[in-house]
Ligand binder design. Structure first.
Ligand SMILES: [Zn+2]
Length: 274
């Protein structure tokens, strides 16, 4: 993509993100990787609903500004994704309320509740908390970027990416819509998960149709682990959510590491002694 088209598209997507309340104030950031490897990015401390094409920053592949406009301090997150994924040409980061509610509750969006989400997005894992704009955040994201097209960042927000800017935005929108449906279904008594054989069929369909490749088999969500579909690279990351969502019959399944369990018990004992 050329620079002028990228500037125009970033401003359009930014306005849509702001109108949908995916961001408020100067939250969030958007970038596009140009054909020549330079990056056009939203500037620091600017409202995405009011930004203009001439306000955008342009950097080299390492994030060094090539004009007098400074890019967002969160550009490091975008650079990580571009480095890990050659196929990615655009990144959208925002704080959409329902998706971010999952990130704040320590939950991944990883339950197989919607057939089209399995087809087009896959699961959205939760990266552990890392201070924004630091290596802490990018290191927490790194193992997940290769096999997922959208991530939640604990106590922060969401990021989605794709081969063009509208695909990145569409994935962010699907993430937010799925989170919203998951929350609403809980109010109605809980969601019913698709069974493993239905998930396997959907994974075969999405690969045959070219929606997602075999790399997405290696996602960190539990529902792919339960199918007979093998992960080709063998480096499937472990789910990182602190607790998973309730299953169809309402029996909550909780996944804790040994350390987390010990800490919880210690906290419970401490509370009862006070
Ligand atoms: Zn942010």
């Amino acid at each position: 993509m050329d620079e002028q088209t990228a500037r125009r598209e970033i401003v359009r997507v930014g306005h849509v993100m702001y109108e949908r309340s995916y961001v408020v104030s100067s939250d969030g950031n958007i970038s596009v990787r140009l054909d020549d490897g330079r990056i056009v990015a939203t500037p620091t401390m600017t409202c995405k609903g009011r930004m203009t094409e001439d306000s955008l920053a342009v950097t080299d592949a390492d994030g060094n500004a090539l004009t007098d406009r400074r890019p967002s301090s969160e550009l490091a997150m975008h650079l990580l994704i571009y480095r890990e994924r050659n196929d990615v040409k655009a990144v959208c980061h925002a704080h959409p309320p329902h998706g971010t509610a999952f990130a704040v509750a320590g939950l991944a969006i990883d339950q197989p509740i919607l057939s089209e989400v399995i087809l087009t997005l896959g699961c959205v894992p939760l990266a552990a908390y890392g201070c924004p704009s630091t290596d802490e955040l990018t290191e927490a994201m790194r193992p997940l970027v290769k096999h997922h097209n959208a991530l939640l960042m604990a106590n922060h927000g969401a990021v989605a990416y794709g081969s063009d800017l509208w695909q990145a935005f569409d994935r962010l929108e699907t993430l937010e819509h799925t989170a919203r449906i998951a929350i609403l279904s809980r109010i109605l008594g809980g969601s019913r998960n698709l069974p493993a054989d239905a998930i396997e069929k959907l994974i075969n369909v999405r690969e045959a149709a070219g929606y997602l490749g075999e790399g997405a088999r290696c996602q960190a969500c539990g529902y792919l682990h339960e199918t007979q579909i093998a992960c080709p690279s063998g480096d499937r990351p472990q789910p990182t959510s602190y607790h998973s969502e309730s299953s169809a019959n309402g029996a909550g399944k909780i996944a804790l590491t040994r350390e987390e369990l010990v800490e919880l018990l210690a906290q419970a004992v401490g509370r009862s002694e006070q």
